[in-house]
Design a protein around this ligand. Structure first.
Ligand SMILES: [Zn+2]
Ligand SMILES: [Zn+2]
Length: 138
């Protein structure tokens, strides 16, 4: 479980814009390889003209705005792929309760009642939880 959430976390970090702190929309890469949403770059450089020098908001490295403006910056296809992967993994997570796949093949899921709370976890995770509760109360 922890493994999966850290992988998701990593994916979140990589697909998050450092200006708006949201998932990239139309990711554009700067020559310094930092990537931002096109809308964020447009807002960040709204006083600039094509051909002007602008600095990367993250590393302060200068670059020249392309002749066709900031929208002429190259799309970051790598990030676009990551965004797609992130979307797929979010869809998968919505379908399955996050728990490692191998175990799921051996145990069937069933709702478990504990202290009037119904939890839908696989028995292995449930076992670990009970163990933790037990260790805490000892
Ligand atoms: Zn942004
Ligand atoms: Zn940069």
């Amino acid at each position: 479980m922890a493994h999966q959430s850290s992988a998701t976390q990593e994916l979140d970090d990589m697909t998050e814009c450092s200006i708006c702190f949201e998932v990239f929309t139309d990711p554009r890469g700067l020559p310094c390889i930092h990537t931002f949403c096109l809308k964020c770059l447009l807002d960040y450089g709204k006083d600039k003209q094509p051909g002007d020098r602008m600095v990367c908001p993250l590393c302060m490295k200068e670059f020249t705005i392309p002749d066709d403006g900031l929208s002429g910056l190259q799309k970051n296809f790598y990030i676009e792929k990551l965004l797609h992967a992130r979307k797929l993994s979010a869809e998968q997570e919505a379908q399955h309760i996050p728990c490692e796949g191998q175990l799921n093949q051996h145990f069937s899921r069933r709702p478990i009642r504990y202290k009037n709370r119904t939890t839908n976890v696989c028995p292995f995770m449930w076992f670990l939880l009970i163990l933790l509760i037990h260790l805490k109360t000892v």
